[in-house]
Design a protein around this ligand. Structure first.
Ligand code: GLP
Length: 236
C-alpha cells in the first residue's frame, strides 16, 4: 500500500487526477470504477481541465460507478447518475453509452445487481477503482456489517450515513434509506485502487481501516489485502 499525505485538497485532487490520467494515457480503453461524494469533485474538475487542454482523451474509456440510491432516477438531482453527468461526463468526450451506474429504479433490484456484476466481468473487470471512504469506513455503500458482502446488492443505509449524506438533500427525511452498491468482489478485483480522503475528521477512520484489524465492521479494512492500492489523504 502506498499512503500519500498532502496538505491541501487541491493537491490531493491533482495527484488523484494525475494517477487517473496516467492510467487512461497508458490504456486508452481503460475501465474506470468511479465514485461520488465530495471527495472526488476536485479530481473530476482537474480531469476536465486537462481534457480541455487536450491532455486526456475519454473517447475509449468505460466507467462503472460504485452505487446509486434506490428509488432515484437518473434525472433526480440527488441521484449519483445525475452527479456523474454534471461533475464529469457532460464535460469530457466520453460516450454516455459507455458509462454505467447501477439502476436504483430497477423493478428487480437483485437482478440488477447480478447483471451489474456480470457486466463488469464482461468488460474484463475494472482497471482502476476510485474510492472515497465514509466516516464509518464504508466504501461505495458497503456499510459496517457482520460479513463482507460479495456481490452488487441492496443495502439499508445506516443512520450515520443518512445524516452525513443529508447535506446534499433539502432535509434528512429526503435521503433514501436504501441504496444499491457494488460488493467487495468487483472492488477487490480491480487491478488498481485509488482511495482519496480529505479532512482531519477522516484521519481516525483511515487509521482504523488501514492499520487496524481487517473486519467487516470497518468495510474499507478489506482493502489492506489489495495488492495495488494507493491512498491519498489531505489534512485540509
Ligand atoms: C457516500 C458514497 C461513498 C463515498 C462517501 C464519502 O456515502 N456512497 O462512495 O465514499 O459518501 O463521501 P465524501 O467524499 O463526501 O465524504
Amino acid at each position: 500500500m502506498k499512503f500519500i499525505t498532502v496538505d491541501t485538497y487541491e493537491k490531493l485532487s491533482r495527484q488523484a487526477a494525475n494517477i487517473i490520467s496516467a492510467q487512461v494515457i497508458i490504456k486508452p480503453d481503460s475501465v474506470l470504477g468511479l465514485a461520488t461524494g465530495s471527495s472526488p469533485v476536485g479530481t473530476y474538475k482537474q480531469l476536465i481541465e486537462w481534457y480541455r487542454k487536450g491532455d486526456i482523451d475519454f473517447s475509449r474509456v468505460t466507467t462503472v460507478n460504485l452505487d446509486e440510491y434506490v428509488g432515484l432516477s437518473g434525472k433526480d438531482e440527488q441521484s449519483y447518475r445525475y452527479f456523474m453527468n454534471k461533475n464529469l461526463f457532460e464535460h469530457v468526450n466520453i460516450d454516455l453509452a459507455n458509462t454505467f451506474v447501477p439502476n436504483g429504479c430497477a423493478v428487480d433490484l437483485a437482478g440488477e445487481g447480478e447483471q451489474y456484476d456480470a457486466h463488469i466481468k464482461a468488460l474484463g473487470g475494472i482497471d482502476m477503482q476510485l474510492l472515497g471512504i465514509g466516516h464509518d469506513g464504508h466504501i461505495g455503500f458497503n456499510e459496517p456489517d457482520d460479513v463482507f458482502v460479495k456481490s452488487t446488492h441492496v443495502v439499508e443505509l445506516h443512520e450515520s450515513t443518512v445524516k452525513a449524506n443529508s447535506r446534499f438533500f433539502a432535509n434528512e427525511q429526503e435521503v433514501p434509506r436504501l441504496a444499491i452498491t457494488m460488493g467487495m468482489v468487483s472492488i477487490m478485483q480491480a487491478k488498481k485502487i485509488l482511495l482519496i480522503a480529505s479532512g482531519k475528521q477522516k484521519r481516525d477512520i483511515l487509521e482504523k481501516a488501514f492499520y487496524g484489524p481487517i473486519t467487516p465492521r470497518i468495510p474499507a479494512s478489506i482493502l489492506q489485502l489489495h495488492p495495488d492500492i494507493t491512498v491519498i489523504y489531505s489534512e485540509e
